[in-house]
Every structure is written in C-alpha cells, then in structure tokens.
Design a protein around this ligand. Structure first.
Ligand SMILES: CC(=O)SCCNC(=O)CCNC(=O)[C@H](O)C(C)(C)COP(=O)(O)OP(=O)(O)OC[C@H]1O[C@@H](n2cnc3c(N)ncnc32)[C@H](O)[C@@H]1OP(=O)(O)O
Ligand SMILES: CC(=O)C(=O)O
Length: 532
C-alpha cells in the first residue's frame, strides 16, 4: 500500500526560527525533492510575501518533473467573500493544480483567534473550498488544531470537517498544530473520526504533526495505523517551534519497518544525501545524531559493539545503513577494544591481527593518551601517526629545538612573531615568521624552516583550528586540547595536541599536521612509509 508523502519544508519548515530561504534556495530544494520522488511539495503561501509569489512564478516557467507543487493559504477572512479575498486570488494566480487551505476546527480559535462566530467559520470553509474548485483547483483541506478542537468540542469540530467534505475537498488532513497530542490519542481520534465521517471508506485522509512533545514522527505513524494515506512533514524535521514531523525518519519507518511504499527503493538510498543537501542549502549544520540519516546513526564506538558488528552487523544495527544511503562508521577512543584498532588499521591500509602484540600496544597507548586529555575520535590523522610509529613506519622528518612567540596587542592591529629552531638532516635551521595570531605565526615559521627540504609542503595549509579547555582536577592546572585541520587541496586531516600550555598544544597539533601531510599524503614521501 502507498502512503503519499507531502513535504512542507518550503512552507512550514521555513517557519523555523533562524531559517530564511531565498527564492533560489527554495527552487534548489524543490528540485531535489522532485528528484527524490516526493509526490507533493508545498512551496509556500503566495500573497503572504513577495518571495513565495516569485517562487511559484519561477516554477511556472521551469516546472518540476513529477511532483505536484502545492500553494498554501488560509480560508477567506471573516465577513468577506471568497471571490473577493486577496489571499485566495494570490493562491489562484500561483498557477498550481492543487492548493492547500487551512481552516479552524477548534471553537476557541474561532471566537478568540478569528473573533467571529461558529457559523461564519463554517461559511468561510465552505465558501473558500467551493470558490477554489470553481476556479479549477483541487483542494487539500488542513484541519488546523484538529485534535485539540475535537477534544474541546467534538460536535463542532466534526461540523467543520463535514463542511469541507461537502464543499468538495479531495483530501482532509488532521493537524496536531500545537504538537501536544500523544500517539494513543491520535490513534483513537483518527479511528473514531474516519468511522464517523466516512464509514464506507471513500475519502482520503492525511496527518500533519508537530514535534512539541518529541512525538511528531510517532504521531504520524499512529495516524497511518488508523487509516490515513498522506503524511505531511519536512526534511530534517524543520518547522515552527520544535519542528514538524521529520520525513527523514517517517519515510524509512513507513517503508522499511511497516512495509508501506513511499519512494522507489532506488530513491530511498538517496535520503541521507538529500537530508545533508537540504541542511547545506538552509545553512543549518546537520544533526549528526539524527535517526537514519545522521553521521552517527550507524557509528560504533564501544569495543563490544564494534567486535560484534564486525561479526554480524545485525547485532548493533537496526537496518542496513546503505538502504537509506548512510554508512557504518567506527570511532576510535578510550572505549575501544582491539576490534576498533583492527578496523581503523584496515581502513588506513595497515595490516594487523588481534594476535600481534603491537595491536594491544597501540590500544594501550591510545587509552593512556586519552586519559591525559587526547581525543582521537576527531583526530584520526594523529591516531594513524601513533599506529605507524608503533609499527615502525614513520621516519623523523625534523626535531624541534625550541620556539618563541611574541605577541603585540595594539588597538588597531594584533600582530605576532614566531622564532623557531629545528634540526633537519643534521642541520640546524633558525627561522622567523609573522602571523595575525601566535599559532598562525608559529605555523608559518615551521613551514618556512621546512620548505627548502620539503617543497611539496607548499600545497598543505592549515584550514581550521579549535581549542577546548579541559578542567584540571582539583588543584591542578587546566589542560588545553587543540585540534588542527590541514588540507593539501585533495584531502583534509585532523591532528591533536594536548598540554597545560596552549602554545605547546598548538605546536604539537600543527607539527603533526605537517608530518601527516608529508609522510602519508605526499606522493614524494610515499616511499618512506607503507601508505594506503
Ligand atoms: C498552523 C500554521 O502554520 S498556519 C500558517 C502560518 N504561517 C504564517 O503565518 C506565515 C505567513 N503569514 C503572513 O505572512 C501573515 O501573517 C499574513 C500575510 C498571512 C497575514 O498578515 P496580516 O494580514 O498582517 O495579519 P496577522 O498576521 O496580524 O494576523 C493573522 C490574520 O489571519 C487571520 N486568520 C488566521 N487563521 C485564519 C483562517 N484559517 N482563515 C482566515 N483567516 C485567518 C486572523 O484572524 C488574522 O486576521 P485579522 O488581523 O484580520 O484579525
Ligand atoms: C496547517 C498547519 O501547518 C498546522 O496546522 O500546523
């Protein structure tokens, strides 16, 4: 059986605080959703702002390939006529075949929100739907605050729904607008209401849930179990307040767990990519911990988990990550066992076995360093250097003899100067360099000192620098952890330094970044070590 997915990322999703979409962003997202095979895309509220009007105009010129794009609006204003309503005129001008209008189901909203009477609200629903149909539109009716309205005054709520049915709406969507309803109440109410208004099961129903109780996905699934066949939601759960039902969880739950059909199998494997694409376009960092599509959704850290997943992934994975286009990841940390080390070694092209005493030596060193404040999860290049060192696969490229950094803080300009002394191939090199800050100056001085021996270093750059202060135990100094990201234009890698002194920690991370770039990532140096 098919459950129709109705995406409202571009309308309700854009009601999330902190999200603003340009017309181009909306078009990019609409095209991705179209490609993914989402059958319904709610594009916005034409007439509410110029941007949404422009979005629909652009789509008339460059239509989507398969999805129905839907324009959204409220019922007409109280006391007027649908045929003269400015908003309804704008929704018609949007040029879509389908429109969604929301109407009031809760008597409180009619008297307190609309400031009109209950009979006029019914008239607004009837007049608006009939008018839109007379203009050639097909109508999806969003019954706003359905569940609160039904609990407060079931007789009136049912009258609003019956009015929408009699006026000719094609779809009737139950909205948990305030997101406060529990799954068992959704099931009970949807069951009872469908039985009351559609005993012959001839109508089409949908569900639209919000996440104020962290239950939007569960509530949408509960409504499906009671017979709705359209689910409204947003990519990554974006939306007003705590968000809307997250389609990136709803779709795989419906398809992989409950056996419904939502997307073609070949499209479902693009879900993770689409989730990340949308987060990129809306400029909100992806949620690493999101179910199904998050970076950590199938990452394994505990040694027991990693050992078992190696033997059979079903032991700690509820689905095959590839089904949603995600991947298994193994984290390396103090929680690791030998299995984590072996998997990381193999990822890095190194051959190790459980029986090899060096494997346990690597694990022991890892745990000892993490106890001192290192964190290798986010610094896999440093872990690779650690492994290669124990395996005898590194060579000493330079040794540090000392450095000094001088900072001058003036009102207009901050300026730093670093002097460094290193030994390379038995030669002592003394160099000095400037930078905007002390770490930039230190990095520049080290590169300058090394450049005549390793010209390929010119391609490597420091691309990110993060500092975290770890509280010292009672009476001891705080420890600084520095993570440095470097790049050679093709690859990025992260290294770590830890010390009570921020400059010493920074030097360790910067120097390891350079070592890794030269030893592992530089073609000229590949012969020195066993490289992937
Ligand atoms: C549950 C939902 O998510 S519904 C979608 C909510 N989304 C948005 O509100 C985003 C877009 N909204 C907007 O740009 C503006 O609010 C507009 C253009 C729609 C309206 O702006 P304004 O005319 O300035 O009105 P304002 O926003 O102050 O108040 C909302 C008006 O809509 C009316 N209204 C609310 N629901 C409905 C409805 N279902 N049918 C008809 N009118 C409605 C209110 O009574 C109020 O009218 P009033 O000011 O004449 O009393
Ligand atoms: C229509 C809608 O967005 C809601 O009721 O939440």
């Amino acid at each position: 059986m098919t459950i129709q997915i109705y995406d409202t990322t571009l309308r309700d999703g854009a009601q999330r605080e902190g999200m603003t979409l340009a017309v181009e962003d909306k078009l990019k997202i609409a095209r991705q959703l179209d490609k993914l095979g989402v059958p319904w895309i709610e594009g916005g509220w034409p007439g509410a702002n110029p941007k949404d009007g422009e979005f629909f105009r652009r789509l008339q010129l460059e239509p989507l390939t398969q999805a129905e794009v839907v324009a959204f609006c409220s019922t007409r204003r109280p006391g007027g006529l649908a045929a003269e309503d400015r908003m309804l005129a704008a929704i018609i001008a949007a040029g879509t075949k389908w429109v969604t209008i929301f109407g009031k189901s809760w008597d409180l909203h009619v008297t307190e929100g609309l400031k009109t009477d209950l009979a006029e609200n019914l008239e607004m629903i009837r007049d608006s739907i009939e008018y839109l149909i007379s203009q050639g539109k097909r109508v999806i009716y969003d019954a706003e605050h359905w569940f609160d309205g039904y609990l407060a005054n079931p007789e009136y709520a049912l009258k609003t729904l019956q009015t929408a049915i009699d006026a000719g709406a094609d779809w009737l969507v139950f909205c948990d607008t305030n997101g406060g309803t529990l799954p068992q109440d959704i099931t009970k109410i949807v069951d009872r209401v469908i039985q009351t208004v559609d005993p012959q099961r001839e109508l089409q129903f949908g569900i639209h849930t919000h996440n104020d109780c962290e239950l939007a996905v569960a509530n949408a699934l509960a409504a499906v179990s009671s017979g709705v066949t359209m689910v409204q939601g947003t990519i990554n759960g974006y939306g007003e307040r705590c968000g809307n039902a997250n389609l990136c969880a709803i779709i795989p739950n419906l398809q992989l767990k409950l056996g419904y059909s939502c997307l073609h199998e070949a499209d479902l494997i693009r879900l993770t990519q689409v989730s990340r694409y949308v987060s990129e376009v809306v400029n909100i960092a992806p949620n690493d911990y999101a179910a199904f599509v998050g970076r950590c959704a199938f990452s394994h850290k505990g040694g027991i988990h990693v050992s078992a997943v190696e033997r059979n992934p079903l032991t700690y994975e509820h689905i095959d990550p590839l089904l949603v286009g995600n991947e298994r990841r193994i984290a390396i940390s103090e929680q690791s066992g030998l299995s984590n080390v072996l998997i990381k070694a193999s990822e890095m092209g190194l051959t190790l076995t459980k029986a090899d005493p060096r494997t346990r030596q690597i694990l022991a060193k890892l745990k000892e360093l993490e106890y001192q404040g290192y964190q290798f999860e986010g610094a896999e290049a440093s872990f690779e250097l650690l492994m290669r060192e124990i395996l005898g696969q590194t060579s000493t490229l330079f040794t540090i003899q000392g450095f000094q950094v001088h900072c001058s803080i003036a009102t207009q300009q901050h300026h730093s100067l670093a002097t460094i002394k290193i030994a390379v191939d038995g030669q002592d090199i003394l160099e000095v360099a400037e930078g905007n800050g002390p770490v930039a100056a230190l990095d520049a001085a080290l590169r300058k000192a090394l450049s005549r021996f390793y010209p390929e270093l010119a391609k490597c750059h420091l691309t990110d620098y993060k500092v975290r202060i770890i509280d010292g135990e009672a009476g001891t100094a705080a420890i600084t952890r520095v993570l440095v990201e470097s790049s050679n234009g093709h690859h990025r890698w992260t290294t770590i330094g830890v010390s009570e002194n921020i400059l010493e920690a920074s030097y360790q991370a910067v120097a390891q970044g350079i070592e890794y770039g030269l030893l592992v990532r530089s073609p000229q140096m590949c012969s020195l070590v066993d490289v992937k």
